[in-house]
Design a protein. Structure first.
Length: 107
């Protein structure tokens, strides 16, 4: 009876690190996938800024977190430009919300 218990304990001790490694590998893969997804959202928004003649792709910065929350920062020439940048970001697939931290340049 003691031998069976010792064998079971030994097997459990050998399997635990393998299960832990598998869990770590999965979280690394998920993390990479999330980072790629964030970068895709950011790139899509910046591309739309570049196509739009009213929004400066150079002066407005875009940052996307792992939950699809986009933060816009930097300088806009007008409130209309800042509002257009926010609209473009909100209309982009994968964006859950937009934080507007764009400052309007004084004239």
């Amino acid at each position: 009876m003691n031998t069976r218990f010792a064998t079971t304990l030994l097997i459990a001790a050998l399997i635990a690190p393998v299960a832990g490694y598998a869990a770590d590998t999965k979280s690394v893969k998920e993390s990479i996938k999330e980072n790629v997804s964030d970068a895709v959202i950011t790139t899509k928004i910046k591309a739309e800024f570049a196509k739009d003649k009213d929004v400066s792709a150079l002066n407005i910065k875009v940052d996307t977190d792992d939950k699809g929350v986009v933060t816009l920062s930097g300088q806009a020439k007008s409130k209309a430009e800042a509002d257009k940048a926010v609209k473009i970001a909100r209309d982009t697939k994968g964006v859950s919300s937009v934080k507007n931290e764009i400052k309007i340049q004084a004239k």
